[in-house]
Design a protein around this ligand. Sequence first.
Ligand SMILES: Cc1cc2nc3c(=O)[nH]c(=O)nc-3n(C[C@H](O)[C@H](O)[C@H](O)COP(=O)(O)OP(=O)(O)OC[C@H]3O[C@@H](n4cnc5c(N)ncnc54)[C@H](O)[C@@H]3O)c2cc1C
Length: 305
Amino acid sequence: MQAIKLWQELQTEWGCGIVYIRGGSYRLAFNAESQMEMSARIEQEQAAGLDVAWLGPAETRDHLPFIREDVSILGSSYCASDGTANPLLTMRHLARLAAECGVRIKTQEAVVSLKIKEDLIKSVVTTKAEYQSKTVINTAGPWAASLLEPFGLHLPIQKKLSKILITESVPPLFQGFVSFDNGYLRQAADGNFHLGIKSTPAITDEKSVSLEDFNLISCYLVPLFPFLAELNIMRAFSGITGWTPDSLPVIDKAPGLENLYVAAGYSAHGFCLGPLVGKLLAQWIVEGKKPLDLEPLAWERFTSD
Ligand SMILES: Cc1cc2nc3c(=O)[nH]c(=O)nc-3n(C[C@H](O)[C@H](O)[C@H](O)COP(=O)(O)OP(=O)(O)OC[C@H]3O[C@@H](n4cnc5c(N)ncnc54)[C@H](O)[C@@H]3O)c2cc1C
């Protein structure tokens, strides 16, 4: 909920044209197991104050009339405050805001090792230089764990591959994000539909999207949303995400290293959570006290039996 508030601030107070739209999100239940799992989650989320509700079959169809008529649907979990934003514009705006605060962003320069003395990181060695630093934050996403392995630190992050197809642009149909057990779709502000399926384990860092992927994604989505059969696919993209065993990120200091922070393992929710995590981490580093919000994301949950 704090992340949602921050996205609103980014859009309005910071003047970022990030196309943040609160169109709500729907998670469809096609079987009793999904329905039960969603009901339990709704209870938890409502208790935490989230604006989420269960919609029955008729109400779900009222909201989403484009679901194929003869598909039997049990209902959906609906969160009105969920939203989407344009990631490319967001990154550009955040980089601009950071630069205004004096941050220098270096690209095409990989970190190859960290130099440690006693319980402190002394410097970061890259392919181009060596940087001394009082504080280091490892935000290398799915690759964060490999930078820590040389010190015997095991961060349990599994790499997964997500692929998305993008259709031609069509007039607005709806603003929300719709997902189900095997996939999801949303219509971007410029009219293109983004179509995806559940991510799969990534054995390598290879990210190409094949004709087979096109067929697979279409096979999951077109039978549920028949209007998609009429749309041309214009392009596709893919990316590697880092997953922890409980699908929550690790936002913590690395065990035994006083000045090394880690923020990784967002389990495909890092775009939403990233700005808030950045804010909380900055608060922790500047004030020297861990914000309470970060306690459940401690590394320790994977080290203690
Ligand atoms: C197709 C797709 C759809 C998604 N949809 C959503 C969504 O709807 N909502 C949501 O919240 N999230 C979504 N995500 C997930 C989101 O993109 C990630 O959770 C988020 O990008 C994680 O941010 P990060 O900075 O931790 O890692 P990353 O974005 O992976 O960034 C890590 C960076 O570290 C760099 N790096 C790695 N190793 C080194 C090194 N040795 N030296 C220097 N740099 C290094 C990498 O090149 C990379 O730039 C999606 C992801 C994909 C792929």
